[in-house]
Design a protein around this ligand. Structure first.
Ligand code: PRX
Length: 678
């Protein structure tokens, strides 16, 4: 495959089914496999990886120190203690100054409408980041301060996160599809002094007034946020994406003007991005940080319903995102890489911003959605930029499968396909491999989490649809309910025996919750919360969550969070939420609600409840099904038996043992009122 590094050959190797017969490449494979083992187990390897980057001061401690056993003491992971560096310097200055990549395109930004696009080189990115860093500094942001970012997929999102990294501020990005309440909760928890947002954005045909949502959030946290920096994105850049002509341009100009004038403004707090960036200097000395200083907080759903601020630190995150990107996507200098995730999620943090930039890659940064303005939008973009590496989620694949792959577009540039976020079903995998990859592109299925930051597992063989090898340094095992390790063919809890540089360090301001959530159940192991099966050949299959979490369109959410939103409605006495398989989303929300006496279950109530969840959490959490539940199936001690509710939602009649139920008649009644269609 023409790559000098043996480990990247491992990633790029495409085993064909007839290889099993010919076996001529066996010596190469075994050499590659030995190299993999060496990289996997030899800790000096991390030192080699670190040598690629700039360290203002070298490490004084070992590459990795840790305790994973709560019975011994506090859980901690430390990487390269004593070293000083700066993430932004490593992903920008190092490339522009030391590797002469200033003129290389870092991002092709592609707007919601195909009419909007721009290319941003590494030097341009560096200068925008420095200007933004100076703006933040002028607003009083210092090392260690938190900055909340509520922006759509526009270049300013990347500028702001890197500006924070440059000055040592800790960014907390909130996905711009979250509601004002969710945004407020995250701002309060992070205690952010600055919020960066935009006036508005089109998602497909839908206009979202981000500033208004941000204002609603700020109403409850005015005493925390002193400045709100607002990008004039909608007013300056966007149109609905409809075909452009003089009349529509004129109308959209008028609308934009009107939009600006009518944007509510708090002159004490609000600042237009364009105005402060204009005169901001293009030079900004990076803040040299300790290896274990925080880089960012990213909130993920917790099973109690309150989101957890997952905290990642500078050096470990740099080493691991850059390395996983390099090997998983077999990065080459002339690649054009595209990850379709939103930077509001961990996939975007690791594989749109930090990992690709650390490798000097050229990426596509896409603001829109897969089906706007037409269902071939993804394929159009791949053809337009000659994308070589494409990384998306099973939910997007399932959505596009419905329309078939338009032969109109040329996808011959593609070399590697990736998937992430949820288990990929065989039908979707097959279509991705054949219709998109034409059977010649390996599909890397990457299993990981906000907490683990990077690929913990990945499929290296294009003809296998499950995770095979753990990434370098990752040591998985499977435990039973009693915490005993299972050998051979087995199914149980997926856990990790030791950390790697990029694993999360704590839950922000709540280390106890970190220990309780991930280390208490099985002392000595990091507990993923996922189930896993090892087959007779020793390959691993992720079977889904083992806790009260749901994965809707690749987004993790807790049942408790949705239940809390539902019970805020005055008519609802109790709610229980479970998952039901969904053709496109993978899983969707099926909610059972018990109403207060005298309240009637009507279509209007169902609509009100859906709206309530949307407002409280965001559109991604909108329930597909809401069923009236005069009573819920409970054990004699009062615990809701979700297993039974899940089976009712899925219409699985074989309910197994019901002897622990306080009132088995409840089940029959719920079955009779089951929702068939959404
Ligand atoms: O259940 C697993 C599922 O998504 C969870 C992590 O979600 P989040 O922290 O939001 O990060 C998503 C992006 C990495 C996991 O615990 N998951 C993620 N990737 C896969 C997966 N399940 C199966 N296969 C995958 N490739």
């Amino acid at each position: 495959v023409g790559v000098p590094h043996p480990a990247s050959r491992l990633v790029a190797l495409a085993l064909k089914p007839d290889c099993i017969q010919c076996l001529q490449c066996l010596p190469i494979l075994s050499a590659v496999y030995n190299t993999y083992l060496k990289y996997h187990f030899v800790s000096a390897f991390w030192k080699e990886v670190a040598d690629d980057f700039f360290w203002k001061k070298p490490a004084t401690g070992p590459m990795l120190q840790y305790n994973f056993d709560v019975t011994i003491g506090n859980i901690y992971v430390k990487c390269m203690e004593g070293a000083k560096t700066n993430m932004c310097y490593n992903v920008l200055d190092r490339l522009v100054r030391e590797r002469n990549l200033g003129e290389k395109v870092a991002y092709y930004w592609e707007g919601n409408s195909p009419d909007h696009h721009m290319a941003i080189t590494y030097s341009q990115l560096l200068s925008q980041v420095c200007r933004c860093a100076n703006v933040l500094k002028k607003m009083g942001v210092k090392k260690g301060d938190r900055v909340s970012i509520y922006l759509p997929m526009i270049p300013e999102l990347v500028y702001t996160m890197l500006a924070c990294a440059r000055i040592g501020a800790v960014h907390s990005i909130v996905f711009a599809g979250f509601s004002s309440e969710s945004l407020c909760e995250r701002i309060m928890d992070a205690q952010s002094s600055v919020l960066v947002t935009a006036d508005g954005v089109y998602r497909g045909e839908k206009l979202i007034n981000l500033k208004q949502i941000a204002d609603e959030a700020l109403e409850k946290c005015r005493e925390i946020v002193t400045k709100c920096l607002i990008v004039k994105h909608h007013a300056l850049r966007t149109k609905s994406g409809a075909a452009s002509n003089i009349m529509t341009d004129f109308m959209s100009g008028i609308c934009s003007l009107f939009w600006c004038v009518q944007t509510p403004w708090d002159s004490e707090c609000d600042v237009w991005w364009e105005e402060v960036m204009r005169d901001s200097p293009e030079e900004c000395e990076p803040e040299w940080l300790d290896a274990e200083d925080p880089l960012f907080i990213l909130y993920t759903s917790g099973s109690t319903g309150k989101p957890k601020g997952v905290l990642h630190t500078v050096a470990g995150y740099l080493l691991y995102t850059s390395l996983t990107f390099k090997y998983v996507f077999d990065h080459h200098h002339d690649d054009v890489y595209w990850c379709t995730a939103d930077i509001g999620w961990i996939t975007g943090h690791s594989y749109i911003t930090y990992g690709p930039l650390a490798n000097g890659a050229t990426s596509v940064l896409f603001e829109g959605i897969p089906v706007h303005p037409h269902v071939g939008r993804f394929w159009e973009i791949i053809e337009k930029y000659k994308v070589t590496k494409f990384y998306t989620a099973p939910t997007a694949i399932r959505l596009l499968m419905k329309y078939g792959r338009e032969p109109l577009y040329d996808l011959s540039s593609l070399r590697i396909l990736g998937t992430v976020g949820e288990p990929i079903n065989p039908e979707a995998w097959q279509w991705y491999h054949e219709a998109v990859g034409k059977g010649r592109c390996p599909v890397v299925d990457t299993f990981w989490q906000t907490e683990t930051v990077k690929h913990s597992y990945l499929t290296l063989n294009p003809h296998l649809i499950f995770q095979t090898f753990p990434f370098f340094g990752v040591e998985p095992t499977i435990l039973n309910e009693h915490g005993e390790e299972l050998e051979g063919e087995a199914e149980g809890y997926l856990v990790f025996r030791r950390p790697w540089p990029g694993i999360m360090r704590t839950v922000y301001r709540n280390h106890e919750r970190f220990e309780n959530s991930y280390f208490k159940k099985f002392p000595g192991f990091y507990v993923t919360g996922d189930g896993c099966r090892r087959d007779k050949d020793g390959y691993y299959w992720i079977t889904g969550r083992t806790d009260d979490m749901l994965n809707v369109s690749g987004h993790l959410m807790s049942t408790a969070e949705v239940e809390a939103a539902l019970t805020e409605h005055p008519a609802v006495a109790e709610a229980a939420v479970v998952s039901r398989p969904h053709k496109v989303k993978g899983e969707c929300l099926y909610c059972f609600v018990s109403l207060k006496d005298s309240r009637e279950f009507t279509h209007t109530l169902v609509e009100e409840l859906k709206r309530l969840v949307r407002e409280k959490i965001g559109p991604i959490a909108t329930p597909d099904f809401i069923q009236n539940a005069p009573a819920l199936p409970k054990t004699r001690s009062g615990k809701i038996m979700r297993r039974i509710l899940r089976q009712i939602a899925r219409n699985e009649k074989d309910l197994g043992d019901l002897s622990t139920l306080a009132d088995p008649k409840v089940v029959e009644e719920l079955f009779s009122q089951r929702c068939e269609a959404a």
